[in-house]
Structures are given as structure tokens and as C-alpha cells.
Write a protein that binds this ligand. Structure first.
Ligand code: GLU
Length: 474
């Protein structure tokens, strides 16, 4: 396989979302698989809408996902000279010409085209040899002279053969009247200058491709290969948005997803390899093929992302997971109590019950925060006067317990259950509410073990008070 040069060319006009970063991932995989180069180019030519903070966010997102680039980031705002030369060259070769039509005249032409149902509105008024030509003394833009006959054909890696008749292509602007180059020009000039061999980008650019191919040809350059990715849709088949639970890349980090899980998920949005769901990075690099990407839109499934993330989370050792959670908590300015060994034990009790680090931090609340948050309905149901003697009996023995661990705790519960002729579960319920604040938790002996002697006893005493203070249950 020849080494490819691929690129990711985001416009810094907003945060990086699922659809955009999937494009980056596919390009990255192609470069890595072929031993080639991955270029990052920031398309900040729209000065009004481009913002530094969006560029920062894009770079941060790519770094977090491990989509490292070999060249760049290049900024189009710093490459004016190159674009100016290209425009000059095209004008010099007769492939482009000045146009002095005013915005009002152009708008009028657009209206007429709309009414007549024509896609192309510019009537080539200023094109030498076709229209009357430019009007001296007026400001001018520069337009590309689209050939008057024939078609532009290319073979899309995903969509197959695509042909545009030249009648469908307007003599598009390549430089505005203030001299700034347009998207069509800068993309073609940059892709050529950066020696990009394979352009992977969203479907919404398909109509731009013939124009860029014409520019390549006019500049005497060989066009790259193209792959236009179908959109990412929500489960209701509407264009993916926040409404579907989709977040920006950095929001996924805040929500406690693993970058590997998100990358795995993104890869499977529209691409498949048999029915394999879980891919290591190495497997993705090895198995990814752009022509295996389906022509149908990828559908975003939030539950699948959660499921995948849970697989990655559970594959971590308790020590690794504790370190992940420490890092996650630290980002929120929080710290976990206890030493690393204790934290590892804590996360080991919880990891089968959670899908993300945010879930884990939430689930760990009664382990790491002294103050409990009570589920009031559970308190009303279980911390009732009838539970007082049970908790009392347990407390008496627990206070005297020499070795505070799950095995010894279980022994005590069994003894008390037997003495009182009650089921173990019946004993565990009020204890669980008293020690965790709610009805759901891992096994109660593990919980007490990890919560530790001091907090457990204090909570049981407080629970006992609650039982005594509660009125007789209905
Ligand atoms: N800057 C364009 C965008 O963000 C991408 C252009 C391209 O990939 O050719 O949509």
C-alpha cells in the first residue's frame, strides 16, 4: 500500500462534534495504516466566525482522543501569499477573470434563477469572450472560468462514480472583492501544497469537489482521491444533534468516557468489520478500510456508546480504574479520600454497576463523602421502629469486632439473623439505607468493609436514631 497523506481540515467556528471527529479518525487511520502522514489544517478563513478558543478546543479534542498529527497545525489565515499567487496564476492563464457585477445585480440574477428553477444564476456577464465584460472603475472579485462543455467525473471511495455536467457548475468566485480567497480556492491550493493524496470529508462537500478538481487541473496539479462520508444521524434519522444526546468531544471527556471507547464507537459509525464490536487501536489501524464504509448514514446510538465504555472501564484493573477516577475527580476540583489501595478496593466493588467515570464518581459518593444523601422514600420505608432492635443487635457486636473485613462482617450478620430468626436480606435492608443512604448498593459486607469501621458505626448509630424517632409505620 503506498503511503497516504490525509488531512483533517476543521473550521474553528464551533466545538468539535461526533460527525467531525469521525472524519478525523478515518483520515488518521488511513495515514497510520499506510505508514503515511496525517496533516492538521485549521480553516480559519472566515475571520468573523473563527475563534481562537474553538481552535484550542479542536486541538485539545484530537489530543485527548490520541489522533496525533504529523504536520501542522497549519492556519489558512497565515497563508495568504500562497493563495494570492494561485489566483494570479489562474488569471494569467485565462482560467479566471475579474467580475465587477454588484451584489444587487447578483442578487437579482439569483432571484431570476430561483423563479426559473435554475441552479446556476451567474450569467457570465464579465467573462471574456462570453459576456459583455467587466465595467471599468468598479471593485472586482475573481471568478473561475468553468469549461463551457463536458463533465467533471471522479470516483468517490464510498459513493462510486460521480459526474457533474459543467452546466451545473457556476463560474464560482475564487477571490472576493476585498482580495480574500474563498474556500474553494484555499482547499485546492492547500491540499496540493500539502501533498494530500486522499481527501476524506463530509457528504456536504460533494458539490464542491468538481470545482476543486477544475482548480487542480487549471493549476496543473493532480487531484487527490476523494471519500465523502455520509452524515451521522440520530436514531430518528434526523441529522444528529444535542437532542439525541450527542455531545461535543470534550463534553464526552467531562462525562467520564474513555477516549478509546469513543474512538471505537466513532469507528463503528458507518464502518464495520464482520460483526466485531470491540477494536483496539491496533486492530482499527490494521482493519480499517475506507471502501468498507457504508454509503448509508451512520446512526448514532447513545446506549451503544455507554455499553462500549463500560467494556473499557471494566477492562481496567482496580488500580488503573482508581487512578482514572482520581484524575476525573481532580478535573472537577475534587479528591477521593483514602489511600490508593483503599480506592482500588472501592472501585472494584462498583465497577460492574457503572458505565462511565461520572457514574462511578456518583456511585462512590457514600464511600468518599462523610455526609450521606438519603433517599427519603427508602428511609421512610426501612428506617422504622421495627428495625431498631435489629440495628441495635448488630451494633453491639460490630462495635466489638476485632477484624473489620467482609468475612467477619458476614459472620456477625449471620449470627444475628439466626438469633432473631430473620432472613439475612431483611437485616441488610435497613443497614444499607443507614450506611449508603439508599436501597441500591453492592453486597452489604463489601460496602461496610470499604466504608470502614468508623463511618459505618457512626452511620448505624445515626440510623438507629432515625428508626427510634420515626412514628409507628402504617
Ligand atoms: N473546513 C471544512 C469544514 O469544516 C472542511 C473542508 C474540507 O474538508 O475540504 O467543513
Amino acid at each position: 500500500m503506498p503511503a497516504m497523506c490525509t488531512r483533517f481540515a476543521p473550521s474553528p467556528t464551533g466545538a468539535l462534534h461526533v460527525g467531525g471527529v469521525r472524519t478525523a479518525l478515518f483520515s488518521h487511520l488511513m495515514a497510520r495504516q499506510s505508514g503515511g502522514t496525517f496533516v492538521l489544517r485549521i480553516e480559519d478563513t472566515d475571520r468573523k466566525r473563527s475563534e481562537e478558543r474553538f481552535t484550542e478546543g479542536i486541538l485539545e479534542s484530537l489530543r485527548w482522543l490520541g489522533l496525533d498529527w504529523d504536520e501542522g497545525p497549519f492556519f489558512q489565515s497565515q497563508r495568504d501569499e500562497l493563495y494570492r499567487q494561485a489566483v494570479e496564476k489562474l488569471v494569467g492563464a485565462g482560467a479566471a477573470y475579474p467580475c465587477t457585477c454588484t451584489p444587487e445585480e447578483l442578487e437579482k440574477a439569483r432571484e431570476e434563477a430561483r423563479e426559473a428553477g435554475r441552479r446556476v444564476s451567474y450569467g457570465r456577464h464579465c467573462r471574456p469572450g462570453v459576456g459583455p465584460g467587466p465595467i471599468a472603475g468598479r471593485p472586482h472579485s475573481i471568478r473561475f472560468a468553468v469549461p463551457l462543455e463536458g463533465e467533471v467525473v471522479f470516483y468517490d471511495e464510498i459513493k462510486g462514480r460521480i459526474a457533474f455536467a459543467v452546466e451545473e457548475l457556476e463560474d464560482f468566485v475564487i477571490a472576493r472583492s476585498d482580495g480574500t480567497p474563498t474556500y474553494q480556492l484555499v482547499v485546492a491550493v492547500d491540499d496540493a501544497d500539502m501533498k494530500v493524496t486522499d481527501v476524506v470529508r463530509g457528504d456536504d462537500h460533494v458539490n464542491n469537489t468538481p470545482k476543486q478538481i477544475l482548480l487542480y487541473e487549471a493549476l496543473g496539479l493532480e487531484p487527490p482521491k476523494f471519500a465523502h462520508l455520509p452524515l451521522v444521524l440520530g436514531p430518528d434519522k434526523a441529522r444528529l444533534s444535542k437532542r439525541h444526546g450527542a455531545a461535543s468531544v470534550l463534553e464526552y471527556r467531562e462525562l467520564g468516557y474513555y477516549p478509546d471507547a469513543l474512538v471505537n464507537f466513532l469507528a463503528r459509525l458507518g464502518w464495520s468489520h464482520g460483526d466485531q464490536e470491540i477494536f483496539t487501536r491496533e486492530e482499527l489501524v490494521e482493519k480499517f478500510a475506507i471502501d468498507d464504509v457504508g454509503a448509508a448514514a451512520g446512526v448514532f446510538n447513545a446506549e451503544k456508546l455507554d455499553w462500549l465504555n463500560a467494556q473499557y472501564l471494566r477492562a481496567r484493573s482496580p488500580e488503573e480504574l482508581a487512578a482514572d477516577l482520581r484524575g476525573f475527580a481532580a478535573r472537577q476540583g475534587r479528591s477521593l479520600r483514602g489511600d490508593e489501595a483503599w480506592q482500588a478496593r472501592m472501585v472494584a466493588t462498583l465497577r460492574e454497576r457503572v458505565q462511565t467515570l461520572a457514574d462511578l464518581l456518583g456511585a462512590a459518593r457514600y464511600f468518599v463523602e462523610e455526609e450521606l444523601v438519603f433517599d427519603e422514600a427508602a428511609v421512610a420505608k426501612l428506617l422504622v421502629p421495627e428495625a431498631a432492635p435489629v440495628i441495635e443487635a448488630l451494633l453491639e457486636r460490630l462495635e466489638a469486632l476485632a477484624t473489620w473485613d467482609a468475612t467477619h462482617l458476614e459472620e456477625i450478620f449471620r449470627t444475628v439473623a439466626e438469633e432473631r430468626g430473620e432472613k439475612l436480606g431483611k437485616l441488610a435492608q435497613p443497614v444499607r439505607v443507614a450506611v449508603t443512604g439508599g436501597k441500591q448498593s453492592p453486597g452489604i459486607f463489601d460496602v461496610l468493609d470499604v466504608v470502614g469501621r468508623d463511618w459505618s458505626l457512626a452511620r448505624l448509630r445515626a440510623g438507629l436514631e432515625k428508626c427510634r424517632a420515626a412514628g409507628p409505620s402504617a
